[in-house]
Design a protein around this ligand. Structure first.
Ligand SMILES: [Zn+2]
Ligand SMILES: [Zn+2]
Length: 635
């Protein structure tokens, strides 16, 4: 048994001095003083060391504290169970500064897959506050917008996978102190002084919204737009090809185009954290309130990497407004014991995707042809996906935990049954924008819908929770504001194309701005199979399109097609072999299925896959041409 030697008189005196009374008591939970410390003494071990110091006020009735690792983190909606990388958990009780006492280390019980309970109560010195230190390590070896990486080159972390919250106290202020390896410098979107090592956050949610880079060799370039400070931090892990300065200049063009649409952003300072990972696989972009993480797989010097980085930046910076501040009602504060369920990701992500592309044209980085090709490619992706006829934009949003980079232990049919809310939301965005411009003769647009939503739900609504200014919207709110801006009842659009699975009226929408929407069969016939492109010398089936000739013939994923009409079929010669036939032709196949070789008969079908493109109408009326100019220039 441990003994306690505390002077009651000194405790009472110290309590008055040390216990900070917080006026903003949220709910029933008296705020705690919570101090996170992050250390990384052995970078090559990939182990971050986290210590959470919780000070219980003197009159606290809290006997135990639950520390919980989130199952996922905002911005990516698949469940990853960050607790799987937690190790070496320990806790100790510490006397308040200046007190002479000897406390036993509190017992820890793991109560479920994500929660550790520290039973600190019974050792609390009567009448005093005590401090509980909760310590653990986290293995981190992934450079991404969701996970974290610690290695000999740098630490790059996203707080959601590192920092447990104290259950019922996510809303309490959190102090973070970072202890970097010698010579490594720390930067994040809330850095406001050189050599900063401590950050005070209003709550845990904002702390984990602040990804941080710690390394000896990142570079920073700054610019100002409308009096706001922008920082471009580049950690280039390969040759930058001398393109760094140009990259900063082009980011500034994107910032100018997007702030021109929205008006000045709310922040004073914003940081682009850009990695050129040069590892061939790390590839991500993630939005935050005052920063973004952009991670490119190649070197800045590589062909195309510069353009891909700007494409990601145009998307992520648009999130400053759409999703980070103007947000679906379910997006914050969150319950991290279960996945988030929202019907609004086609707006939050899909419409952001649309504007990410449009803004590259408005900023002058893209020409018209590049925008036409990109929009047509999004339409091609959606219209050729069988899942697009089964899954609506709202359902796609609700399916995010399954389709947003989610790992699957069991085989799924999602390739045939789902559609991503990114391209689906993007095509709904462009069609809605052009229809509103057409209906109002150019007086209104989707730009106006987005601005009105931002004003109503973010700027002018009273705060609904501790988390952030304003309140979240429901899809019905977006529908109402769209109808108000369009000056017409838009409910049919939402019923058929947002909650329903019909294709939106592309021809009509693009005609408003003098563009012809053209569809063309990709091949004269269809089979409905896709092959493993890593094995060019065989034809291993990795996809069978539902309702296709291949499905009707009984082909299965995993089959190897040996011969097709008597000819050896390979991934590389499919188009040539299939091109000999016309719809209705019967073709004999030999198929290897496990140990068996089986004969099948396939009846060639009419074209199923289409390619879409946009062409300028040479005879477009002047009104359409002026609507197009306004659309492209943000008027
Ligand atoms: Zn780095
Ligand atoms: Zn996004």
């Amino acid at each position: 048994m441990n003994s306690l030697r505390v002077s009651v008189a000194r405790v009472a005196c110290l309590s008055l001095l040390l216990f900070t009374i917080s006026i903003a008591v949220v709910g029933q939970n008296q705020p705690l003083k919570i101090h996170y410390r992050l250390a990384m003494p052995h970078p090559s071990s990939h182990l971050f060391e986290v210590s959470i110091e919780v000070e219980r006020p003197a009159d606290s009735n809290i006997d135990s504290l639950d520390f919980q690792m989130p199952k996922w983190s905002p911005g990516r909606y698949a469940v990853f169970d960050f607790a799987k990388n937690v190790q070496e958990v320990s806790a100790r009780n510490v006397c308040p500064p200046g007190l002479d006492c000897d406390l036993a280390n509190p017992p820890i019980t793991r109560i479920d897959d994500q929660t550790w309970r520290v039973d600190a109560g019974r050792f609390k010195p009567s009448g005093s506050q005590t401090i509980v230190f909760f310590n653990y390590k986290v293995f981190a070896n992934d450079l991404s917008g969701t996970f974290s990486e610690l290695d000999s080159r740098h630490a790059n972390f996203n707080g959601g996978c590192l920092f447990m919250y104290v259950v019922d106290h996510k809303q309490d202020p959190a102090l973070l102190s970072i202890d970097p390896p010698k010579g490594w410098r720390i930067i994040n979107g809330r850095t406001d002084r050189a050599d900063q090592r401590d950050w005070q956050f209003p709550n845990w949610d904002i702390m984990i919204d602040t990804p941080t880079e710690v390394a000896p060799d990142w570079t920073e370039d700054d610019f100002k737009v409308d009096g706001k400070d922008y920082h471009v931090v580049v950690h280039s892990l390969g040759n930058d090809g001398g393109k760094r300065r140009a990259l900063v200049g082009d980011i500034e063009k994107i910032v100018k185009a997007e702030t021109a649409m929205w008006g000045p952003p709310e922040f004073d300072s914003y940081t682009f954290l850009v990695h050129f990972a040069a590892d061939g696989h790390s590839n991500d972009g993630m939005e935050h309130l005052t920063s973004t993480q952009i991670i490119m797989p190649g070197k800045l010097a590589d062909s195309g990497m510069y353009e891909e980085a700007l494409d990601a930046i145009a998307h992520e910076f648009f999130h400053v407004w759409n999703v980070k501040r103007l947000r679906p009602i379910e997006l914050g504060p969150w319950d991290f014991t279960r996945p988030a369920n929202t019907r609004g990701l086609w707006i939050a992500e899909g419409i952001t995707n649309y504007y990410g592309h449009l803004m590259q044209r408005r900023s002058g980085l893209w020409n018209d042809a590049k925008l036409w090709a990109t929009l047509a490619q999004q339409i091609t992706e959606v219209e050729n996906s069988p899942g697009s006829r089964l899954m609506s934009a709202e359902e796609s949003s609700l399916s995010a935990p399954f389709i947003d980079d989610a790992p699957h232990a069991q085989q799924t049919n999602l390739a045939n049954t789902s559609i991503s809310y990114y391209p689906k939301g993007e095509i709904l965005g462009v069609v809605l924008d052009l229809l509103i411009r057409g209906k109002t003769g150019g007086k209104a647009s989707l730009d106006e819908v987005m601005r009105r939503m931002y004003e109503e739900f973010y700027l002018k609504s009273p705060n609904a929770t501790y988390y952030l200014r304003g309140r979240g919207y429901k899809n019905e709110d977006f529908e109402r504001v769209t109808s108000e801006v369009a000056g017409a009842d838009m409910s049919d659009f939402f019923k058929r194309f947002v909650r329903g699975v019909e294709s939106p009226p592309y021809e009509d929408a693009f005609a408003q701005v003098g563009l012809r929407f053209v569809r063309q069969p990709r091949q004269p016939v269809s089979v409905g199979i896709s092959a493993d492109e890593n094995d060019l010398n065989n034809f291993k089936v990795i996809g069978v399109r539902p309702g296709s000739p291949a499905a009707d013939a009984g082909l299965e994923v995993g089959d190897t097609i040996n011969t097709f009409g008597g000819i050896k079929l390979m991934t590389g010669n499919l188009l040539k072999v299939v091109g000999r036939y016309k719809p209705g032709d019967r073709v004999a196949l030999t198929v290897q299925r496990g140990a068996r070789t089986i004969p099948l008969t396939l009846i060639m079908g009419p074209p199923q896959l289409m390619d879409y493109r946009l062409e300028e109408m040479t005879n477009a009326p002047p009104e359409a041409k002026s609507l197009r100019a306004a659309w492209l220039n943000g008027k």
